[in-house]
Design a protein around this ligand. Structure first.
Ligand code: SF4
Ligand code: SF4
Length: 130
């Protein structure tokens, strides 16, 4: 089973998923919530005012402030901060708290599914259709 280390809530855990081998399913969630603290961090990272960062990077959906998306070739859409070629976050140090915590477990359900499908297909790069 693939393993890697990840920091979760300040603890370093041996986890049973490998984000480097995943097309970034969690970043395709429509509802990636952004708190005021997250926005302050984003604004500082991009040297923008709080209001400008709020307008540029977020929108209100389902009554919450969430990250804006853009179209993606793998999933219907994905977070605008996702590098669609390298399939990874471009603002790792400035990412919102919810991104830092996910999946808050030694396992990621999507990665388990991905591994099972890749094993079934005999293709280590297989990506199930979204
Ligand atoms: S879905 Fe799971 S394995 Fe894929 S990037 Fe997110 S946390 Fe990593
Ligand atoms: S900020 Fe980074 S980790 Fe969070 S959803 Fe966007 S690309 Fe993924």
């Amino acid at each position: 089973m693939e393993t890697s280390n990840a920091k979760t809530n300040g603890r370093t855990l041996k986890v049973l998923f490998n984000c480097a081998k995943c097309p970034g399913y969690c970043c395709s969630y429509d509802r990636i919530e952004v708190t005021k603290k997250d926005l302050l961090r984003l604004a500082k990272h991009f040297k923008l005012s709080y209001k400008d960062a709020e307008k540029k990077f977020t929108k209100i959906a389902w009554g919450d402030r969430v990250l804006r998306h853009r179209k993606d070739r793998v999933f219907k859409s994905i977070c605008q901060f996702f590098d669609q070629t390298a399939r990874r976050c471009t603002i790792y140090e400035a990412r919102p708290e919810v991104c830092r915590e996910y999946p808050d477990n030694v396992r990621c359900a999507y990665y388990d599914f991905l591994k099972a499908e890749r094993r079934r297909q005999g293709d280590e790069d297989f990506i199930p259709s979204a």
